[in-house]
Design a protein around this ligand. Structure first.
Ligand SMILES: Cc1cc2nc3c(=O)[nH]c(=O)nc-3n(C[C@H](O)[C@H](O)[C@H](O)COP(=O)(O)O)c2cc1C
Length: 193
């Protein structure tokens, strides 16, 4: 495969599109788009998100010790982009994007009601990375949209329709088709025992 070197940069994809909800010292909820977010441990269930130390969201999380990572569906691409280009220091993003909130189960920080998958996190640890802070959050609850579940409890991915971010190229795409079953189809290549 012939390749071109890009140098040290942040071109890597796919990334999730998430909106983080957080609450300020004066009780205002803020929304911020973050694609540098993901699950980093199963035991204990942990999510990491990397925030520039100048973000209003970072200030809010340091103060409250809590945040919610809301998965964003493709239908909210424009709203997500908006929450990633303006700061809650200057604008009420919730009102301008016509997004709404609902109470979390374990935290004071609310969930984004329009998100089909919300992860409630308690701040565990912070790791300094130059201008950025990698925040590790203990997952204390997850909410998944009811309509995604069949009668026997199986999840239909299409109900989530996650918005995929292409970091470096700065584009949003949707998920596309399923290619294989994880932890299963790869076994066809394993040594037969
Ligand atoms: C698609 C997208 C992904 C982003 N991901 C991150 C991220 O992971 N970390 C970060 O610090 N900023 C990220 N940003 C930038 C912030 O969302 C942006 O600076 C925002 O205005 C900060 O809001 P706040 O000051 O209200 O917290 C992203 C922006 C976009 C459009």
């Amino acid at each position: 495969m012939k390749k071109r070197t890009l140098g040290p940069c942040v071109t890597f994809f796919p990334q999730p599109t998430t909106i983080i909800s957080s609450v300020s010292q004066d009780g205002q909820t803020n929304l911020m788009t973050a694609s540098w977010a993901g699950i980093v441990s199963k035991t204990p269930p942990t999510m990491a998100v990397s925030l520039n130390r100048g973000r209003k969201t970072y200030e809010n999380i340091l103060h409250s010790g809590e945040f919610v990572i809301n998965m964003i569906p493709a239908s909210l691409a424009v709203e997500a982009d908006y929450c990633g280009v303006r700061s809650g220091r200057d604008e009420n993003k919730l009102a301008n994007a016509s997004l709404t909130l609902e109470p979390a189960a374990k935290l004071a920080v609310p969930l984004l009601a329009e998100s089909p998958l919300n992860v409630e996190c308690r701040l565990l640890r912070e790791i300094e990375l130059g201008e950025y802070r990698l925040l590790l959050g203990e997952i204390v609850e997850i909410h998944a949209i009811e309509s995604a579940f069949s009668a026997n409890g199986e999840i239909d991915t299409r109900a989530f329709d996650p918005l995929v971010y292409l970091g470096g190229i700065r584009q949003y795409w949707n998920l596309g088709e399923k290619c294989a079953d994880a932890y299963q189809d790869g076994l066809r290549l394993a040594d037969k025992k």
